[in-house]
Design a protein around this ligand. Structure first.
Ligand code: SF4
Ligand code: SF4
Length: 295
């Protein structure tokens, strides 16, 4: 009989800086019926969740691509790691199902991380996980193995509001001492949207230091000022398949069609929305040179 502590160690062995565990029932109230049905389709009789935080920070260097997108696409990097963990878990506990889930999954990974106690909730909406700050990707394993761990109280950041002050678009706002997040105004979202940006959004993108994503609230956060460098070489861009890349230029996209773009950049997180989105962002920022002030 393997313990849940052993299972968490397996997830740490594949690279998670922290791993938590929760009963699936602890997450049910946060999931729609549809999400619960999707989870059950992936893993019949879901009974437990393991959630890991995989660090990606590789220092602050000049660039116009968000820090999270400078190495291997986390969907690939974290999925591979979790699949290795699932394989090991299945070998040792063959009577149960173990399924990995990264980002586009029915599991509320952020809530799972917070309720399992592996990090605290920042006012910027991200999970802060020491010693890596909020520079972590979350990934989960859904299992039929019964885990009885209850939800822990959610810990919160110090509430300095630096993130709110740093937000250039009003996505983070303060009202009656409470921080609100409006995802539709977030520049990270707007650099990825396929719809035509509004005039206001175009003006904001034009002033934005990035062509893909936005780190301004995270850069302003004291929890990140001493963030440790991640040892995960795929996610930090230390591997040949996806070497560290902080800066995209229009010249790098010149002459590419969607297929050749995907061939060249398909293992990068900034590629998933396609070539035209990046070209559109460059077109908006056309008259402006990228900032060289250390983002
Ligand atoms: S990512 Fe940028 S736009 Fe979005 S909330 Fe943070 S600072 Fe605001
Ligand atoms: S900047 Fe301050 S308020 Fe915002 S997440 Fe960090 S610690 Fe919390």
């Amino acid at each position: 009989m393997k313990s849940v502590a052993w299972m968490m160690d397996v997830v740490k062995e594949v690279g998670a800086a922290q791993c938590g565990a929760l009963s699936f029932d602890a997450l049910r109230p946060l999931m729609s019926e549809r999400a619960q049905a999707r989870a059950a389709a992936l893993c019949p009789q879901p009974a437990g969740v393991l959630v890991g935080a995989f660090p990606y920070f590789n220092g602050h260097r000049v660039g116009n691509v968000s820090l999270y997108a400078r190495g291997l696409d986390y969907h690939l990097g974290v999925s591979r790691r979790l699949q290795r963990a699932c394989q090991q878990l299945k070998e040792q506990v063959p009577s149960h199902t173990f399924v990995s889930a990264v980002d586009a999954s029915p599991l509320p990974e952020r809530a799972a991380a917070l309720l399992s106690g592996i990090g605290k909730l920042g006012n910027h909406g991200l999970v802060i996980c020491e010693p890596y700050g909020s520079y972590v990707f979350l990934g989960a394993i859904l299992t039929s193995y019964p885990i009885f761990y209850k939800a822990k109280p959610v810990e919160r950041c110090v509430g300095c509001q630096n993130c709110v002050r740093a937000c250039p678009s009003g996505a983070l706002s303060l009202k009656d001492g409470q921080v609100f997040f409006d995802g539709s105004r977030c520049l990270s979202h707007i650099t990825q949207t396929k719809r035509e940006p509004t005039e206001e959004e175009r003006a904001q993108l034009c002033e934005h230091p990035y062509i893909w994503g936005c780190d301004l609230c995270q850069l302003a956060c004291p929890e990140n000022h001493k963030a440790a460098i991640s040892p995960l070489t795929d996610l930090t861009g230390q591997e040949k398949a996806a070497p560290y890349m902080s800066q995209l230029t229009p010249e790098m996209l010149e002459g590419l069609e969607e297929a050749s773009f995907q061939e060249k950049f398909g293992n990068r997180a900034f590629a998933w929305r396609g070539l035209q989105i990046l070209k559109r962002n460059f077109e908006i920022q056309l008259h402006k040179r990228p900032r060289m002030d250390g983002y």
